[in-house]
Design a protein around this ligand. Sequence first.
Ligand SMILES: [Zn+2]
Length: 452
Amino acid sequence: MMKKNLCIIILIFFSCFQYTEAQKIINRDVEIDQMVKEVSPDSLKTYIDKMVSFGTRSTLSSTTDKKRGIGAAREWVVQKFNEFAKSSSGRLTAFVDTITLVADGRRIDVNVNLGNAMATLKGTDPNDDRIYIISGHLDSRVSNVMNRTADAPGANDDGSGVAAVIECARIMSKHSFPATIIFLAVSGEEQGLLGATYLADKAKKNNWNIDAILNNDIMGSNNSNETGITDNTRVRIFSETFSVQDTGRAALNIRSLGLENDGRTRQLARYVKEVGERYVDHLEVVMIYRNDRFLRGGDHTPFVQKGFAAVRITEMNENYNHQHQDLRTEKGIVYGDLVEFMDFEYLRKNTAINLACLANLAKAPSVPQEVKVDVRNLTNSTMLNWKAPKSGTTKGYYILMRETTSPVWQKKIFTSQTSSTVSYSKDNYFFAVQSVNESGNESLPVVPIVGR
Ligand SMILES: [Zn+2]
């Protein structure tokens, strides 16, 4: 009897210990937790009401009218950024980045002054050149994409994405991060991803070290037209499998090691799921293993095509009566992208996952360097080694592990060293390594290359 009781006590002690250890890993960073709590459905609604008040935000609409059209809208976004800049100790700067697009006979029929409204929150570490981008598109449309005069409220497409960008800028600009964050409201999305293409080209040309792009497009409404499903507890994240660099030897390596599910963009999607769900309750981030939906595009794609890690965040069930539609009522059905069809609590959660991920990435040290798996000997364990990251202060590293069929990481093992032997076979699991700092902010994972 005594012996049995002792066993139970030891068991309880052991499970408490285990619980505490697990808690330690998933502890929320207090600063991020606080920022996430500040995301406000009311603020989000105010921004969207204001965007809708510009009548149309068609890329082809007036850029000079003070009240109506895309020009007034983008000036307003910059004005919001400038308001926030006042409490950023000079670190947040905003402007409209413009370019003249020449008529192309397709979706640009006259020369257009296209402008992306953007704000940059400069990182505090001069040795850290990483950039994180959150984006949405400011332009809107009705049934005919060339119609520049009809009311095109674009409350959800993509007022929701731009509102998330503005709300993140409001909250995050009061804080400082070692890495740089860009808050971006692009234009020209509906005319063919033109604003994003312009910026992706510029980023590539100037060698910007963009570590991640979170593109938010259509994420503030919770119901679909066909099924009547209401779901504000799930959000989709689209990610492409391969990067444009994955050709030649890189492609051979992916095939032989089975790394087709471990590209940079897929890693980012997995990271958003883990960190987003860590900070935001009652929201499941659903990974979709494709770049975008059928027949549809988004602003992450020009970045993906330039080799950057970029994902699309979109609501679970779209309602096509409320996208790209002339405002009208037919057979009792109201068509049009109106504020009344939105769910601001859902948009709050979707904004919060963006904020949590941006903050966690921008606070984290950069990725561990030269991550290698030692394959010199045939063993049933896994020897990993790496070098310290280029920037940031590390407390240590997480070794991530998952079964080859698992979409998400299943074990997260902490070490303060730069090498480790894990008693699971490299043949049977996937591994990656992240840098982590004192407050638990982890970098994106790096999949080891074969080392000898
Ligand atoms: Zn859109």
